[in-house]
Design a protein around this ligand. Structure first.
Ligand SMILES: Cc1ncc(COP(=O)(O)O)c(C=O)c1O
Length: 468
């Protein structure tokens, strides 16, 4: 064994010394301040050269010191980011992690738990599974449905599609042919990207509005024998990213059952609304899905990154994802018996990323989650009313879930772009334009997506006010 000299030992970065203790206090002070802050600075990006000029070289042979690096982070780098939980961040799909969940994210990091296998991570995986039980109950999927937390919606969609493809490949006739999936234009880009990853073809139902069972039936009728043989899955969306639209899940489920197709529902954004009594009926049919994506880091108030994939028959996912290796055999041994999250999605080593959600659920109870999700829906309806009453703007379509599409009368795409940048530059708001198809043309319009229950009517009025 190598003997370390005294000076080598004191130089080790795994030592506990005064500098480390002071750093720990500084970091905790920062975290407490950020967690309890009610007035966040919007922040905006700077060019890379500018950031480099401001912070200099930070990774050097001997290090620049924790205090120094942390100061640069606080003075410069954090200011070049937009806090996703700012109440006037209404772009893309924002987030608003609960303070309890953020605190427990710190605890999760500090606890160094390997979340792949029960043998190492049992206590943490137990917490994740408690949260997962609630998620599964929201879907109405019957036993033995269960799921695992993933790095996000993309990884959840990929994991589900791999499970679907492997199930289809069990038929020897399907072993040497390329698979085919049907989804709609309104499906998220990640579905299309993951189809590329697994090298399957994609057919799109030509609508950004709700994909109906009828439209799916229509496209099925156009398939030739070879295409029909290659078709193995239909991906419906439970809340489109652009407009919060929910496909006709019952109609699609019916067809998938008759045609023996895997039915995946991407509810990465909309899935949180399964907890909201006011809109739950819109998701009817989701309980017939083979797999479902729900992202707690979107509308279930978890810190990044936390997605989830749920399977009607987890055994099929296990057959698709379970990794083999002599070094892994022990995890599968009776003695280490338990639920191994790595068997059900694409990742091996994983953080127990469902723990912050579990803690927040345990602390607050599920009723508060229902209330917070309903709040996003109420804000969207309120924005719809405010837009209808404002003469310079008009709704493009009625609000759906927590998304609102509206136009500023007379504006060009450049006007929307300049308005977005101006609001961000001034540290006021982040609201970005999108496109919506009207007839054969795409119109640039403004879009709100509400997640944060702390967004107020005054925020919405003030943002509309910036449109002149
Ligand atoms: C419907 C839908 N699916 C999938 C994704 C991808 O999720 P992630 O960015 O967590 O990978 C998103 C992201 O906005 C989404 O809205």
């Amino acid at each position: 064994m190598t003997k370390h000299t005294e000076s080598e030992k004191t130089a080790s970065m795994h030592n506990i010394d005064m500098e480390l203790i002071e750093m720990t206090l500084d970091v905790m002070k920062y975290a407490i301040h950020r967690i309890t802050s009610t007035s966040l600075e919007m922040g905006s990006p700077k060019k890379e050269e500018e950031l480099r000029r401001l912070v200099g070289e930070t990774v050097t042979d001997t290090g620049i010191g924790g205090e120094n690096a942390f100061q640069l982070f606080k003075d410069v780098l954090i200011k070049a980011t937009v806090p996703i939980d700012h109440p006037r961040h209404l772009a893309f799909v924002p987030a608003a992690p609960t303070r309890a969940a953020i605190m427990f994210d710190l605890v999760t990091a500090a606890s160094s738990i390997h979340g792949a296998y029960w043998m190492e991570g049992a206590g943490g995986i137990f917490c994740e599974n408690e949260a997962m039980k609630w998620l599964v109950s929201l879907t109405g999927l019957p036993k033995p449905a269960f799921g695992v937390f993933t790095s996000g919606g993309t990884a959840a969609n990929l994991s589900a599609l791999v499970a679907a493809r492997e199930y289809w490949r069990k038929n020897p006739e399907h072993q040497n042919i390329k698979g085919l999936i049907i989804t709609s234009v309104g499906a998220h880009s990640s579905v299309k990207a993951m189809a590329k990853v697994i090298d399957v073809d994609l057919m799109l139902v030509e609508t950004e509005d709700a994909m109906s069972g009828q439209a799916l039936q229509g496209i099925l009728k156009t398939l030739d024998i070879q295409q029909r043989k290659r078709l193995f899955a239909v991906v419906a969306t439970g809340g489109t990213t652009n407009a919060g639209i929910i496909d006709d899940l019952s109609g699609i489920a019916e067809i998938c059952e008759t045609e023996k197709l895997w039915f995946h529902v991407d509810a990465a954004y909309g899935g949180g609304a399964l907890a909201a009594d006011s809109v739950r009926h819109l998701f009817n049919g989701i309980e017939r899905a083979d797999s479902i994506t729900i992202d707690p880091h979107k509308w279930l108030f978890s810190p990044y990154d936390c997605g989830a994939v749920i399977y009607k028959d987890p055994q099929l996912a296990r057959e698709a994802h379970s990794q083999e290796g002599s070094y892994l055999d022990i995890f599968k041994d009776e003695g280490a018996h338990g639920f191994n999250p790595s068997d059900y999605q694409i990742q091996l080593t994983r953080r127990v990323r469902g723990m912050p959600l579990w803690f927040s659920l345990a602390m607050h109870g599920t009723d508060k989650y229902k209330w917070a999700v309903e709040q996003g829906i109420s804000l969207a309806n309120l924005a719809g009313r405010l837009i209808s009453e404002n003469p310079v703007v008009e709704l493009v379509r009625e609000p759906s879930l927590s998304c609102v599409l509206y136009r500023r009368k007379g504006w060009t795409p450049d006007d929307y772009r300049d308005w977005t940048y101006k609001n961000q530059r001034e540290g006021f708001a982040l609201v970005t334009p999108t496109k919506w198809k009207q007839g054969d043309t795409y119109e640039t319009v403004a879009r709100f997506c509400f997640i944060n229950p702390d967004t107020t009517e005054e925020d919405i009025v003030a943002i509309l006010g910036t449109m002149g």
